[in-house]
Design a protein around this ligand. Structure first.
Ligand SMILES: [Zn+2]
Length: 48
């Protein structure tokens, strides 16, 4: 068994995890706040 962790804050994920698509990849986060962080990070890195 592989334990999943939040892509933003590295905390453990349970059944309440949120899937978010970043640059064509689907990652899982623990909460909506972390999803927003990832989205902002990815959009700011490919500006232009
Ligand atoms: Zn998180």
């Amino acid at each position: 068994m592989v334990e999943k962790t939040c892509a933003a804050c590295d905390c453990k994920l349970d059944e309440g995890s949120i899937k978010v698509k970043i640059g064509g990849k689907t990652v899982e986060v623990c909460c909506d706040e972390c999803a927003q962080k990832l989205k902002e990070a990815s959009s700011s890195s490919k500006r232009g």
